[in-house]
Design a binder for this molecule. Sequence first.
Ligand SMILES: Nc1ncnc2c1ncn2[C@@H]1O[C@H](COP(=O)(O)OP(=O)(O)OP(=O)(O)O)[C@@H](O)[C@H]1O
Length: 247
Amino acid sequence: MGKIILKKVCVDIPVYNSQGRSLKKTMMGIATGGRIGLTEAGKTVIRSLDNIDLQIAPLERVGIIGHNGSGKSTLLRVLGKVYAPSSGEIKIDGKIGSLIDISLGIDGEATGIENIYLRAALLGVPKKQVDRDLQSLIEFTELGDFINMPVRTYSTGMHLRLAFAVSTMISPEILLMDEWLSVGDNNFQARAEERLNKLIQRTNILVIASHSRALIERCCTRVIWLEHGKIKMDGVPSEICPLYFNY
Ligand SMILES: Nc1ncnc2c1ncn2[C@@H]1O[C@H](COP(=O)(O)OP(=O)(O)OP(=O)(O)O)[C@@H](O)[C@H]1O
């Protein structure tokens, strides 16, 4: 079972080489970004998340929407424990799986097969499971003999096929996604979509950040609208989408 509780969570990202003195202390008219501020010591920080109170229950499919820089990726990173909150509390019950940065840890000098084991280990997939599923995974990638070649010899699409196949071996209770993963050529995309749908079906909680109304309406039971790092609205897609997307 999965469960997520955030209480008054703030994330301040320090910026070390900004022109602190020229900062304007107003958000008026700014359509992007979090709030830029100065600490007491005069250091510049960007408040990417600002007092977020949030509870996500089992079986929820949550879409995160909001303008560029509103804090969607930061929220996913906090849930994925990549960023620690600057203040506030987070309680997460359940194994987290992330489809953000699916190429992370792939080594260009290692072969496709070596990379499957490397990346699977990073994702916490047991070696026994990789041994068992290796053949079907290789077939899924359709990389043929390239699976024994160094990844640096792959095209971008071939690289993504490998990264996608191994990244979707996970069986998390909570799945984090930054937009819908669309990889490969037409033929692969249809199979990738099917694999992604299966992964989502076996996941208890989905949190996906997106700019796509169609995706939010298709996949989500709940929408959180962020604005300058704060929750502006939280509700069902039929209520929030017409307001946010303006049609
Ligand atoms: N590495 C960083 N250093 C400093 N500020 C950052 C960094 N990453 C993000 N920010 C700031 O945090 C705020 C939130 O950014 P975030 O990437 O979470 O937004 P987003 O909603 O995902 O945006 P987009 O829709 O453009 O992907 C922005 O104001 C951004 O400037």
